[in-house]
Write a protein that binds this ligand. Structure first.
Ligand code: ZN
Length: 245
């Protein structure tokens, strides 16, 4: 099967794209009223890495396909949704226009990027033994989790110092650096990234990791404030809950 070009990796602020080609349309196996559209290239970020899917519209000028969810399946991105009118479809090789819902894309990029900035702040306040274990960047109750490896003080203290540090970082407004690194030159590659392909690394103030989420370009684009709500320890894990305004 053809690999989908993951165009969403190149520009978080690309909300529209014209000229991609329909590779295949099929019925969804799980949702009988939905179809699955495959394109040769997509600007829709599929759900993964703790970040929700983009939503939006794909159109060939006559028929509209409402994208309710994009998911990764191997090297492909599947767009799941509904045609309007209901009994219409796209022809194979049709040239289509993609429009990603701007507000939800920006909210997702902001919440995801805030997770990276919290990783950075955690190191800056001295929790150097904490290692990232999970991110949940959905609008409802986002959080990041760390293995604390025996390093923990008082929750109220952690929350307060993290909030002070995050305020400083947002004001500093540094650039987020993105670099493509050859696959064999990078370790700790998440399993959802394509094997053998150059790895996209993201660098927030020196904390660097491979990631396929959508990112802002500068710290300040995350928002005017990141608030740590709690930093609860449970067993080996600390869950840091946050909100972005
Ligand atoms: Zn990321």
């Amino acid at each position: 099967m053809t690999r989908t070009e993951h165009a969403y990796l190149n520009d978080t602020f690309l909300f529209e794209h014209n000229g991609s080609k329909v590779v295949n349309v099929s019925r969804s196996e799980n949702e009988p009223k939905q179809s699955v559209v495959l394109l040769n290239s997509t600007i829709f970020h599929p759900q993964g890495g703790g970040q929700p899917s983009d939503v939006g519209i794909i159109s060939d000028g006559q028929t509209t396909f409402k994208v309710l969810k994009a998911i990764k399946s191997g090297e492909q991105v599947q767009h799941l949704g509904t045609f309007e009118p209901e009994d219409s479809t796209f022809e194979e090789n049709a040239i289509v226009h993609q429009t990603v819902d701007k507000d939800s894309r920006l909210q997702n990029a902001s919440l995801h990027s805030a997770g990276h900035l919290i990783d950075f702040a955690v190191k800056l306040i001295g929790f150097d033994k904490w290692t990232s274990s999970k991110g949940y960047h959905f609008p409802q109750s986002p959080y990041v989790e760390y293995n604390h490896n025996g390093q923990y003080t008082k929750e109220s203290e952690i929350v307060e110092t993290l909030n002070v540090e995050l305020d400083k970082l947002l004001k500093k407004n540094e650039n987020v650096k993105v670099e493509m690194v050859p696959y064999d030159k990078w370790t700790e590659i998440p399993s959802y990234l394509p094997a053998g392909e150059p790895v996209r690394t993201i660098n927030y103030g020196g904390i660097c990791g491979a990631c396929s989420g959508t990112h802002v370009n500068t710290f300040g684009q995350i928002g005017s404030k990141i608030t740590i709500k709690s930093a609860k320890k449970k067993g080996a894990v600390v869950r840091v809950s946050y909100k972005v305004e």
